[in-house]
Design a protein around this ligand. Structure first.
Ligand code: UGA
Length: 469
């Protein structure tokens, strides 16, 4: 089939490459000229494991190409995917004359509207238009209205096919998704998307076919529920710290119940990234707009902020005054396996520490350029050991697997004070105790080293009577 994927970002690019891999003719359409030019030379705009190989293979087969021109890319396509960004709307539209303002957290859907407008303008025949971007329920109704203004009077069917891929595993998730969700309101649109996905479904994906609104809402429900699980674990971590219990052991116990499941119960510095924070806020805003006050979602977001505050409190507790102290951050990306720093807890922490007068140095295996653009005051070290050199405290912000293999004796030597705050519970407390660290994990009993014995004060100098007295 002939497919156009609008938006070559974290969702659009892996999806386009996976559809080409499945045998379709795919054009990745993006209005960023630099991005398109780079992709035409097979240079990726971000790091994603195995994506380079998939894009190379698709380009070499001739089934995957990139374009900036909708009037060239869209004619003749059977299916167009909308994979553009839906960032939080900023600034919020103020209420008129003291009236209520728009609920906060609503996404900015301008790029979705523009994509629909381009499809309507450039299509050369009937087409199935698929929302893949995460959008509030009922967005398809808006997209239909825009498409209905198509000068060509073609017939468009709008479907929703939310994406569940995770950054860092986007290729694996696109080629072998656990599930595929398609919402459509006509048998024909369902039939087209079933044909499109047939080669991928064969790999064992569960296929959910439903109506458009259910599919749109299901995506928000999934991301909100996963955020809720993380916030539950983070709230539990606070109780564990107060009670002297271990949140990791409790998460294992809870997770062994298949009704609960172990995934997304890792307490830490909270969730970040371009999806959970904005999707939770968008879901909350849309619920309110529809007349339901889903207050639980506010609590989830509040607990997420609190998780980061708790890390800051631990650092402050260990260092006393932050002014002039050197703090090393291990990991700057919002999670391992990506160079994405959007809404990264590590960078939120860096900003707070810098604001409080600390001297902050960070290391990340992938995200230095992105972190420097976001927090220019952050010093970047060439590796984890260089970051630790002379620091009064080391904070694990992102659980890159390579950090677990660091030479602890060397790290201890390099730190000015051997304190590690583990915002991701990466290390084993017993190992840290043996290695001689004061180790402050999340929701687990801390390891405190005995302070060095007080040195006896030197004897006061013997005062000789002065000649004059
Ligand atoms: C998330 C969803 O997992 C995907 O299914 C979805 O397709 C995607 O959003 C999206 O809407 O596009 P992603 O943002 O790539 O994927 O990252 P996750 O792996 O879900 O992690 C999100 C955040 O939660 C990270 O900051 C991670 O460190 C944090 N997290 C995750 C925890 O703090 N604890 C956990 O137990 C799990």
């Amino acid at each position: 089939m002939r497919v156009v994927v609008i938006g070559a970002g974290h969702v659009g690019l892996p999806s386009a490459a996976a559809l080409a891999h499945a045998g379709h003719e795919v054009v990745g359409l993006d209005d960023d000229a630099g991005r398109v030019a780079a992709l035409q030379e097979r240079r990726l705009p971000f790091f994603e494991a195995a994506l380079q190989e998939l894009v190379d293979a698709g380009s070499a087969s001739g089934r995957l190409r990139f374009s900036q021109d909708p009037s060239e890319a869209l004619p003749g396509a059977d299916v167009a995917f909308i994979c553009v960004g839906t960032p939080p709307a900023r600034p919020l539209r103020p209420g008129l004359q003291g009236g209520p303002s728009r609920p906060t957290g609503e996404p900015n859907l301008l790029a979705v509207e523009q994509a629909a407008e381009r499809i309507g303008r450039c299509a050369s025949g009937d087409m199935v238009v698929v929302e893949k971007s995460t959008v509030p329920v009922q967005t398809a109704d808006r997209v239909r209205i825009v498409l209905s203004r198509s000068p060509g009077h073609h017939h468009f069917e709008v479907a929703s096919n939310p994406e569940f891929l995770r950054e860092g595993c986007a290729v694996e998730d696109s080629l072998h998704p656990g599930r595929i969700l398609v919402g459509a309101d006509t048998p024909h649109a369902h039939e087209v998307l079933r044909r499109l996905y047939a080669p991928i479904v064969e790999t064992g994906a569960r296929y959910h076919a439903t109506d458009v609104r259910t599919a749109e809402l299901a995506k928000h429900a999934c991301n909100a529920f996963l955020s809720l699980k993380i916030s539950f674990a983070n709230g539990l971590a606070r109780v564990c710290e107060a009670a002297g219990a271990d949140v990791v052991a409790i998460a294992d116990i809870m997770g062994s119940d298949p009704r609960i499941g172990r995934a997304f119960l890792n307490a830490g510095m909270g969730y970040g990234g371009f999806c959970f924070p904005k999707d939770l806020a968008a879901f909350r805003a849309q619920s309110l707009r529809l007349g339901y006050d889903f207050g639980l979602l506010d609590e989830v977001a509040r607990l997420n902020d609190e998780a980061l505050e708790a890390v800051l409190d631990k650092i402050e507790g260990a260092l006393w005054n932050l002014e002039g102290k050197r703090v090393a951050l291990l990991g700057l990306a919002f999670k391992p396996g990506t160079d994405d720093v959007r809404e990264s807890p590590a960078l939120r922490l860096a900003r707070s520490l810098i604001g409080a007068g600390a001297d902050v140095v960070g290391f990340d295996p992938r995200a230095h350029a992105q972190a420097a653009a976001e927090v220019p005051e952050l010093e970047l070290a060439p590796d984890a050991y260089a970051a630790a050199g002379g620091a009064h405290c080391l904070v694990v912000c992102t659980e890159w697997p390579e950090f677990a293999a660091l030479d602890l004796a060397r790290l201890r030597e390099l730190l000015a004070v051997p304190v590690i705050v583990d915002g991701r519970n990466l290390f084993d407390p017993e190992v840290m105790a043996r290695a001689g660290f004061t180790y402050l994990p999340t929701g687990r009993p801390p390891v405190k080293q005995e302070p060095p014995p007080a040195r006896p004060l030197p004897a006061p100098p013997v005062r000789r009577p002065s000649a004059r007295t």
